[in-house]
Write a protein that binds this ligand. Structure first.
Ligand code: ADP
Ligand code: MG
Length: 695
């Protein structure tokens, strides 16, 4: 169906004369150029004329042109060349939604809605639309529309009576009085949950102009409504293959993080029934990466992370993070990467990235100058920003860049990243939980050294994790037998699944084999678990006095273990207790945090502290985590310091220091480590001949 121009104009004028749009246009007439867009809800067009609404998607350029004219007719005072009012249609219907990977030649010139995460934005720059020139002889004004890359000048003076009506005159440009609009280039990428089977996200460039430029920033989850256009790859080689880009008409921001997950009434009934199952916690743990054997402790922690604690805004505006951060440190080949990949798939908004990622933005964000910006600065979002309101799975965290190292603290605690560079001044949100994996310092845990000493991450960073899980891989006959049997059965079940249905193999009972390995099937399907998690986020449980008592006792108890000298645990860990217990309550869809939830949290925290900060005698020393130096080590440092105070002016060789220190019970390797710490800290100098002196 096609429409005459007059018919199109008629539909628009009916829509625009309704109260809603009359008021809007009146407001624009009064406040131009502060306000310069009529925002038309697609639903209103649809209500007015269904067939026309469909036609608008097919022939947007023509329809919008006429709409613009209709609006301009209503505001006669806006008439200078280049001054105009935009018509921005938003809230496009489902059938206008196209995934980036499905954009085809058919969509060129059509109005489409493309969802994605904003990965890159350039700085906003003005573009000249109409340039004003004055004739050097008669001073008459000449407006020239600017379309290309280079400034177009008038060819001749247009004053009909002037003596200058010939080409000999000169023109003086008046850029200040010319018409400009703001422009910005953005790049969106497909949402992670749209991706199946680990494929790479596809990207699309969009041009955002005028009053909507600068509205979106990296990490936003948006729907760009716009007209798909083609652009030639380069000016030089005229080719028939074109790049596509979106000429953005309007931007819809996503309202709720779990909107993508639709929960029907039937789902709701099922979810509530699930929540009453006494085996809920176990069932959820069994639904997390069933093909990975064991790791119950880790899966428990990850299950709680999935539900998360509650984000809180206090009376004074302070924000308290609800997201739980977990660090897995372990020997190679213990399925760290595998569980991260699984979780990035399972969790809504899950992103998997490696610490040594090649992108300029790295894990957080960066301002870069690259091809994308055509010489402009570009703000690029890294993994944590893209995982906003989701789960960031960061593998090989120990291999991250120095830039990430310095920006990660802010990202994890305050959940935002500030970028201030080259005119870009942005604060990006990264309200995500982080599940990170790292290898120990020398690639594999060494039993003789304390676990803490083998974490090759800055102490302030480590202390921001709510839980740190240690995974060691020591030969153990029973465990090895179970693990190998599990892995082999996984493979066998996989083979049987791939076989054509009803296939029979002599000597093998395939049906029985599937039955025997049914433990590899998640108790709750991924789909179901996702819905359950999404539903649980509606609940904000509140601490009960019993739960508070348990957490307080555990906290105060552990603080006491430091013996008054070292501080075994800090308030940061106390917040961790709260987050974990809230997650545990949420998992049951309970609006109260009970003693059971507090115990779940205490068990996990005491368990990890024992492994990582235990002094081997039942006492903990969290100072190892927050400063990197345990109280025992601190004593060692003091011993070396006093030796150096005595001999520091003449200087001592390492062996000599060791000799002095051995009287006080320090071994050679302990001395070596302590001297190195002091040297690294700038307290000691080392001469080229190996003599240490006080700094
Ligand atoms: P990491 O990242 O810890 O070095 P990977 O995740 O790459 O290790 O795991 C190596 C391989 O070992 C994977 O293919 C995984 O299937 C197997 N594997 C290791 N531990 C387990 C386990 N507990 N259960 C099942 N498979 C395992
Ligand atoms: Mg790995």
């Amino acid at each position: 169906m096609t429409y005459e121009d007059s018919e199109i104009a008629k539909v628009w004028s009916t829509i625009l004369s309704t109260d809603k749009y009359r008021l809007m246009i009146g407001d624009i007439a009064d406040n131009y150029p502060m306000k310069k867009s009529v925002k038309v809800d697609y639903d209103d067009i649809n209500v007015q004329d269904v067939a026309f609404a469909a036609y608008l998607l097919e022939a947007p350029d023509r329809c919008m042109e006429i709409a613009k004219k209709a609006v301009m007719d209503l505001v006669p005072n806006i008439d200078r060349p280049g001054q105009s009012i935009n018509v921005r249609v938003f809230n496009l219907p489902r059938d206008a939604k196209v995934e980036i990977r499905n954009l085809r030649a058919d969509h060129l010139g059509k109005l489409v809605a493309v969802e994605g995460l904003v990965r890159k934005v350039t700085t906003v720059k003005p573009r000249l639309t109409y340039a004003l020139f004055r004739c050097a002889r008669c001073n008459s004004e000449i407006w020239v529309e600017q379309t290309g890359m280079f400034l177009k000048e008038p060819l001749m003076c247009n004053n009909p009576d002037g003596s200058c009506n010939k080409q000999a005159t000169r023109f003086i440009e008046d850029l200040q009085a010319s018409s400009w609009i703001d422009t910005q280039k953005v790049e969106i990428q497909e949402r992670p949950e749209g991706l199946r089977g680990g494929s790479q996200p596809e990207r699309l460039t969009g041009y955002v102009e005028d009053d909507i430029a600068g509205l979106v920033t990296a990490g936003n989850s948006v729907t760009l409504n716009g007209i798909l256009r083609s652009a030639e790859k380069s000016e030089r080689d005229k080719s028939t293959v074109f790049d596509i880009y979106l000429d953005v008409v309007s931007v819809d921001f996503e309202q709720h993080e779990y909107d993508e997950i639709l929960i029907t009434e039937e789902d709701e009934r099922e979810i509530i029934a699930m929540s009453k199952d006494p085996n809920l916690y176990q069932n959820i743990i069994k639904s997390i990466a069933p093909s990975i054997f064991g790791m119950d402790e880790q899966k428990k922690a990850i299950a709680l992370q999935l539900f998360g604690g509650c984000h809180k805004t206090m009376d004074d505006g302070t924000n308290l993070r609800g997201d739980i951060h977990i660090l897995l440190i372990g020997d190679p080949g213990v399925a760290k990467s595998q569980i991260l990949r699984y979780m990035s798939y399972l969790a809504p908004r899950g992103i998997y990235a490696s610490g040594k990622s090649a992108s300029a933005a790295g894990l957080t964000a960066a301002a870069v100058r690259d091809d994308f910006g055509d010489g402009r600065w570009t703000l690029e979002a890294g993994a944590l920003v893209l995982a906003d309101k989701g789960l960031a799975c960061i593998d090989e965290l120990d291999k991250m860049t120095d830039q990430d190292r310095s920006s990660l603290h802010e990202a994890m605690e305050a959940q935002r990243i500030s970028v201030a560079k080259a005119g870009i001044n942005a604060t990006l949100q990264c309200r995500c939980s982080m599940l990170a994996a790292a290898n120990p310092k020398y690639g594999r845990f060494d039993e003789d050294t304390s676990i803490y000493d083998q974490i090759e991450l800055p102490a302030p960073l480590v202390s921001r994790f709510d839980l740190i899980e240690i995974l060691t891989d020591k030969p153990n006959k029973k465990h090895d037998e179970q693990l190998s049997s599990h892995i082999l059965k996984t493979q066998m079940r996989g083979e049987a699944r791939m076989a054509p249905e009803g296939k029979e193999v002599e000597g093998l009972d395939i049906e029985k084999l599937m039955d025997d390995t049914s433990f590899l099937k998640p108790v709750y399907s991924i789909e179901k678990l996702r819905k359950y998690v999404a539903y649980s986020k509606r609940i904000v449980p509140i601490l009960t006095p019993e739960a508070m008592k348990i957490m307080q006792d555990s906290y105060v108890g552990i603080r006491g273990l430091g013996g008054g000298k070292s501080v075994p645990i800090t308030a940061r860990q106390l917040e961790g207790y709260v987050r974990l217990s809230e997650a545990s309550a949420r998992m049951r869809l309970s609006d109260k945090v009970t003693d059971q939830d507090a115990n779940n949290a205490a068990e996990l925290i005491e368990g990890y502290l024992n492994k990582i900060a235990g002094n081997g005698d039942g006492t903990y020393d969290i100072d190892k985590i927050s400063s990197g130096i345990s109280s025992k080590d601190r004593n060692k440092l003091d011993i070396i310091r006093s030796i150096m105070n005595e001999f520091g002016d003449t200087g001592l060789k390492l062996e000599e220091i060791a000799q002095h220190a051995s009287n006080q019970g320090l071994s050679d390797s302990e001395v070596e480590r302590a001297v190195k710490t002091l040297h690294d800290g700038g307290e000691l100098f080392k001469s080229p001949s190996g003599i240490y002196k006080r700094a």
